[in-house]
Design a binder for this molecule. Structure first.
Ligand SMILES: [Zn+2]
Length: 425
């Protein structure tokens, strides 16, 4: 038996590979399978060695099978001393870049000022639009950096960041550039999404279709080099299904992927339309009826659940978890980190809430922050699982078992993080 040459060995770890049961994790140079992911929901392997070459996982084999590396060049050995290791976490839905914050507005609401009154005073999403338009690109990078550091301290190695507080060509591009700079300046993978169809800007009040024209004809073409997907907020208070479909068609015409904020406050039917159009994910979906879950499953669309917004908005309508599970829809969990409905910088807390509020199992929640979150970004097989071919983005945990990663509230058991095999925390 001969293994492919590697430059790093991660040994002495307990692995939660998060790969689907039966996934082949290691082969010898002749292609003979040597190890498959365990049958548990965590894809557990109790004692294995991860071989990494050029920042990517080359193979995973039982420690008993490992021969002395025949060594051209030095091999770095990282010993886990029995600690648990998972794929680096993936936060697949955030609005991390924005100007200002909305703490005052939150306080007003707690003091009994109705949301409609706050909106009349220029609050809500349009207040974030004003402060984001006013902020320089440097200021946006600086304020987002602190939030991103908190996410990264919990083992997040991939984060999606949306625009959507600019609502004009110039500011939407400024937000996407700020997000791209965060990747360049920090040890994290950033996936950028254009969310110009987040709200109707004040200068287009009463002219929603004209704004949709601007999004389709100007903003999407101008932003296409800075993002991989286009998102939209389809809701009674935002864009309807016809307008959202127009935005998505323009995105597809430019070669971009699509995803949608849908069925959050009311049922519009947009989740199914988006899935049929090839959406990577449909997000929020508290009002998705059970009958729509089959379509998501058939189209391979991920259902992204956002417990932070559910909690902050004091929603009571639960997403259709049993029907999603029954239909076999991959479920992702994310922070939805944003200044209004989810000022959250802890993905671990979201995992805990997904279990306690939405009834997910620990295995489902952890898959929602790894394998399925990767799928929601079109990055399955690249991040989100420990398997050959994936980048060596790894999180190390001081826990006795994988559920303990999500068990504590306000507790962070992440003790080390590797990105492309290089230690970053
Ligand atoms: Zn969102």
């Amino acid at each position: 038996m001969k293994l492919a040459q590697v430059d790093q060995l991660f040994t002495g770890f307990r692995l939660a590979t998060m790969a689907l049961p039966g996934t082949v994790l290691g082969t010898d140079l002749d292609g003979t399978p040597l190890l498959s992911a365990g049958q548990s929901c965590f894809g557990e392997i109790p004692d294995a060695v991860i071989g990494v070459a050029n920042g990517r996982i080359a193979w995973i084999v039982p420690r008993s099978m490992l021969l002395e590396p025949d060594g051209q060049g030095p091999v770095e050995v990282i010993d886990g001393h029995g600690r648990w290791i998972t794929p680096g976490l993936v936060d697949c839905h955030t609005h991390l870049v924005y100007g200002g914050n909305r703490a005052n507005e939150w306080e007003s609401r707690l003091n009994g000022v109705p949301y409609a009154e706050i909106a009349r005073q220029g609050g809500g999403i349009l207040s974030s639009v004003r402060s984001t338009r006013d902020a320089s690109e440097d200021e946006l990078v600086r304020s987002a950096r602190g939030r991103l550091e908190r996410l990264m301290s919990e083992g997040v190695t991939t984060v999606e960041i949306k625009s959507g507080y600019g609502l004009d060509v110039e500011t939407e591009l400024k937000m996407l550039r700020a997000a791209r700079r965060l990747e360049a300046e920090m040890n994290v993978r950033v996936v950028t999404t254009l969310l110009a169809a987040h709200a109707v800007p004040p200068e287009f009040k009463g002219r929603t279709d004209d704004y949709v024209d601007l999004v389709c004809k100007k903003i999407i073409p101008a932003a296409k080099e800075l993002c991989t997907a286009v998102d939209a907020f389809c809701e009674s208070i935002a864009f309807d299904c016809a307008q959202t479909t127009r935005v998505f068609q323009a995105a597809i015409d430019e070669g971009l992927r699509i995803k949608v904020h849908a069925e959050q406050l009311t049922y519009t039917g947009m989740a199914v339309i988006a899935a049929e159009m090839g959406a990577l994910s449909v997000d929020h979906i508290e009002y998705l009826p059970d009958r729509d879950c089959e379509t998501l499953a058939r189209c391979g669309t991920v259902a992204t659940l956002l417990p932070g917004a559910f909690y902050c908005l004091r929603e009571t309508r639960l997403p259709p978890v049993a029907a999603l599970r029954q239909a076999g829809v991959p479920i992702a969990i994310s922070t939805d980190s944003n200044p209004g409905s989810s000022p959250v910088v802890s993905l671990l807390l979201m995992g805990n809430m997904a279990c306690n509020l939405f009834g997910l199992t620990c295995g489902e929640a952890l898959a929602g922050m790894t394998r399925n979150a990767a799928m929601a970004l079109g990055l399955q097989g690249e991040v989100g699982t420990l398997q050959p071919g994936c980048v060596a983005d790894l999180a190390v945990w001081n826990v006795g078992s994988p559920p303990e990663i999500l068990y504590g509230i306000g507790h962070n058991p992440c003790v080390a993080v590797y990105k492309n095999g290089k230690r970053t925390l």
